[in-house]
Design a protein around this ligand. Structure first.
Ligand code: PPS
Length: 570
């Protein structure tokens, strides 16, 4: 038989213990050191345990890790392109040595697996970034994760599976490789072409997948990633509702939808190869690789990290070794004269092509503008509009920052009443003094305490924003990194406007409404911002306001106009 289309996958390595062995292991694991898995590690553990990462039997050993980095194979010569490692802190690693067993737990403390540690090492992250991603630029999400989120020590070893991570959402759409293989067998599906996606699917994706299935005379598996995708992507709840809507447009009994709890690395060509292996393990015989598969976007020069068809070249080179047939596809483009989609290389000169980029699509959603029928299905767009209402119906945060006495609270109060006068959304004021009284009464003014204080404000503001309200924050917030963290917390759920109240230290000190500057000068108050503690001036605030040049009323009015211009108020 042609190895490429061997039905129902190859050998599946599921790592779960029998019920009895798992019960015994659970008892013993009480004595083992416990590691609380990060979200990404939870995704990896799930796919290791259920066999999606076959032939891996656990986290890579150091020797396998080196081989994977340098030539895409494990030490035993089996193809494996992506390092799957368990990163832990130095403190945790202190108590671990080869031979130790570690209890791997979910955030609620449920024991999922036991790791039999064989290796422990400190990776050279720059080497890893360059070999795996071909770059060490932090703009690459995989590199950024490696340097800024992954812990410094890697543990390798076999896993003994106790139980699968629990999911409460879309249970009817989650299948392990075994379950999917069994379904295919039951349905008599012998040729299955898989489609990987992390985006909502529109007509171009429908056309592409439909053609791929016809071309290969195969059934179609829509296999979207719902674990971790690129930061800023549309959330999986909305996407899955869109996929469910789309499913009805395929001919009956030809197509199915299943969710994959993978943590993507956005590794382009290497990642495409990994995706192909995962699909083979789920029982697929064919795998679609389109333009810029698993692409991480642009580098600091504004150029894509990988060539648009590099992933196809990579999978073509190894498809035989994996035992899955790649179905390469060009980008599908809408040709106006023909009123249909065609692959990019089939468009002839003189034909008018229509396109709406991802950025333009998001703009239209944000502004509640028309999205044409040729681009997407009406019910898919309705789902997205529900999840991403236009800005005038989204929540937002106005985050003031500036020295004590700069005028933050006065402007914030004026802004609050003006917004309440406009109506339509609830408004919450998180003023520095109020927060310190109600949320942060135990905190002082050290760098650490100020950061905790600001992150608390950020958390509350993000909840308010996500739920459609308006949060006005007015702390000093002297540190740029913490302000950026707050922006990142709030932005996914709505608008974020940073307003730097740029009143100079001289003016603030001269006003000295609370008499604090005099006390600070006299050494009676320590760590006083601007006198004996730093204030990092914002580099890119949405607005800067100097209160020596305008009244609080005028300042609040300027902010209202800015919010109108951005579309958050009408
Ligand atoms: S921070 O840095 O953002 O956590 O500070 P914040 O919570 O906004 O500070 C609120 C008010 O605390 C008073 N205060 C001080 N400010 C700065 N440094 C020191 N050491 C200090 N001690 C007390 C000050 O009145 C701040 O209020 P505003 O409204 O900014 O004048």
């Amino acid at each position: 038989m042609n190895k490429l289309i061997e039905p129902h996958g190859g050998t599946l390595k599921e790592l779960y213990l029998s019920a009895d062995a798992a019960a015994a292991e659970k008892q013993q694991a009480r004595e083992y050191p416990s590691w609380d898995l990060t979200y990404r590690q939870l995704c990896d553990v799930e796919l290791l345990l259920n066999g999606a990462f076959s032939p891996l039997e656990g986290f890579l050993s150091q020797a396998d890790y080196r081989c994977v980095l340098s030539d895409l194979h494990l030490e035993n010569g089996v193809l494996w392109p992506m390092p799957v490692t368990l990163d832990v802190t130095e403190t945790f690693a202190d108590g671990i040595a080869p031979g130790s067993r570690v209890a791997l737990r979910d955030p609620e403390g449920v024991l999922l697996a036991v790791l039999e540690v064989t290796d422990l090492w400190r990776p050279d992250k720059t080497v890893e970034a360059l070999q795996v991603f071909g770059t060490d630029e932090l703009l690459h999400p995989g590199v950024n994760y490696l340097f800024n989120q992954a812990h410094p020590v890697y543990l390798g070893g076999r896993l003994r599976g106790i139980e699968a991570p629990i999911h409460y959402d879309f249970k009817h759409l989650r299948d392990s490789p075994r379950e999917l293989r069994d379904k295919f067998k039951k349905w008599g599906w012998r040729r299955i072409v898989a489609f990987q996606t992390r985006n909502p699917m529109h007509r171009a994706h429908y056309e592409l997948t439909f053609r791929a299935a016809q071309l290969t005379e195969a059934n179609l598996l829509i296999h979207p990633v719902v674990g971790m995708t690129k930061p800023g992507d549309i959330d999986h709840y909305s996407r899955v509702r869109c996929y469910e809507r789309l499913l009805q447009y395929y001919p009956e009994q030809t197509t199915t939808l299943s969710l994959l709890h993978l943590a993507m690395r956005m590794g382009g060509p290497r990642e495409a190869l990994w995706h192909a292996i995962i699909r083979k393990n789920h029982g697929c015989t064919h795998f679609i690789v389109g333009r810029d598969h698993a692409g991480p976007g642009n580098n600091s020069q504004g150029k894509p990290f990988y060539g648009p068809y590099e992933a196809q070249e990579m999978v073509a080179r190894y498809q035989e070794e994996i035992g899955i047939q790649m179905v390469p596809f060009q980008e599908m483009i809408f040709v106006q004269e023909r009123a249909e989609y065609a692959p990019g290389n089939e468009v002839v000169e003189g034909e008018t092509v229509l396109n709406i980029s991802g950025t333009e699509f998001r703009r239209r959603l944000q502004e509640g503008l028309e999205i044409p029928e040729w681009f997407s299905y009406a019910d898919v767009v309705t789902e997205l509009r529900r999840a991403y209402p236009p800005r005038r119906r989204q929540g937002f945060t106005v985050f003031f920052t500036g020295l004590s006495g700069a005028g933050k609270s006065t402007i914030a109060n004026a802004l609050m009443v003006k917004l309440m006068e406009l109506g339509g959304r609830s408004v919450t004021l998180l003023d520095g003094d109020i927060v310190r009284k109600h949320l942060s009464s135990e905190l002082g003014f050290s760098r650490e305490h100020r950061n905790i204080n600001i992150l608390r404000i950020g958390f509350v503001a993000s909840e308010i924003t996500k739920n459609g309200g308006i949060a006005i924050c007015a702390p000093i917030a002297p540190y740029a990194a913490t302000r950026r963290e707050v922006r990142e917390m709030v932005s996914p759920g709505g608008g974020f406007l940073e307003v730097y109240v740029a009143t100079s230290i001289e003016v603030c000190e001269e006003r000295d409404r609370k008499g604090l500057y005099a006390k600070a000068r006299a050494g009676l108050i320590k760590e006083f911002t601007g006198i004996s503690d730093p204030y990092e001036t914002p580099e890119n605030p949405e607005m800067a306001i100097d209160t020596t040049e305008c009244t609080p009323d005028e300042a609040a009015q300027r902010i209202i106009l800015k919010l109108e211009k951005l579309g958050y108020i009408k």
